[in-house]
Design a protein around this ligand. Structure first.
Ligand code: KIV
Length: 291
């Protein structure tokens, strides 16, 4: 079994140019499969709101839901670096609330780090959480919790003006004390620049290859999440098709009497058959016309 990685191992990987493979997971079995596959990190993203809870976005996701999913993932992947995603409302109000909630992730769900969205506007929160002893990862570029004000799920940093915001945010996140930063949906030219410019690990989701590692949403890569698929997703499986077909086959088997068969049942203990038959006869009610 591989040793669980931590901040120092990720810094070493950065130094050596070894890429980090990172995926989201929200439940025990997916976490188990990710760990078995040799995943370096798991994010319990607030994307769980859309991928497993059926919300139309991430805003309704609560701290309690995140903690509960993080606990399941921790049980499934005890030897993998797990990051808890701070949901909307858990860090915006004050430094105190942000620290309180980061510590909840740390104590109640045993995560290794937390992530929060935003650059300059959450600088103080990042510093407060980092100073409390919890590792914090920044998340800039496209930030789904503020996709409303951003005008939807839109790539960022495509123009010099927009790139300036991303660069300023990245510098702010690093200076504030984040141990890593995730870039979402920005051009690879900007990713490459930030990878060279920053000293902390730079990870990408939809921000191209020139950085320290990649994150992908499990529901997207496995073909579970049906509502939409961003351009930056590569599909590795079609779980929706596999599961729907299995369910259809089961429905058909039940209706046609092909399931269960003899191999799926428990038989009366050998030697008890006669006594058993007598027992059932004793409890057999007479048909109504005999009453
Ligand atoms: O919640 C999540 O999965 C995320 C990714 C979109 C980066 O924050």
């Amino acid at each position: 079994m591989a040793k669980k990685k931590g901040r120092l191992e990720f810094l070493k990987m950065k130094e050596d140019g070894e890429k980090v493979a990172w995926v989201t997971a929200y439940d025990f079995p997916t976490a188990m499969f990710a760990e078995a596959a040799g995943m370096d990190m798991i994010l319990v993203g607030d994307s769980l709101g859309m991928v497993v809870m059926g919300y139309s976005g991430t805003i309704p996701v609560t701290m309690d839901e995140c903690i509960s999913h993080c606990r399941a993932v921790r049980r499934g992947a005890p030897n993998t670096f797990i990051m808890g995603d701070m949901p909307f409302g858990s860090y915006q109000v004050s430094n105190e609330l942000a620290v309180e909630n980061a510590i909840r992730f740390f104590k109640e769900a045993e995560v290794d780090a937390v992530k929060l969205e935003g650059g300059r506007r959450v600088e103080e929160r990042i510093t407060a959480i980092a100073e409390s002893g919890v590792l914090v990862c920044g998340h800039i570029g496209l930030t789904p919790q503020s996709s409303g004000p951003m005008g939807g799920f839109k790539a960022q940093g495509l123009t010099p003006d927009s790139a300036t915001h991303v660069i300023e945010d990245a510098l702010a996140v690093q200076d504030a004390g984040a141990y890593a930063v995730l870039l979402e949906a920005v051009p690879p030219e900007l990713t490459e620049f930030l990878h060279k410019r920053l000293t902390i690990p730079v990870y990408s989701i939809g921000a191209g290859a020139p950085c320290d590692g990649q994150l992908i949403i499990c529901g997207d890569m496995l073909g579970q999440f049906q509502a939409f698929t961003p351009k930056f997703v590569k599909k590795y499986a079609n779980v929706a098709e596999v599961v729907t077909n299995a369910f259809k086959e089961y429905v058909d088997d039940v209706k046609q009497g092909r399931f269960p068969t003899d191999e799926h049942v428990y038989h009366v203990k050998k030697g008890c058959e006669e006594e058993y038959a007598v027992l059932l006869k004793k409890y057999t009610r007479n048909p109504p016309f005999m009453l």
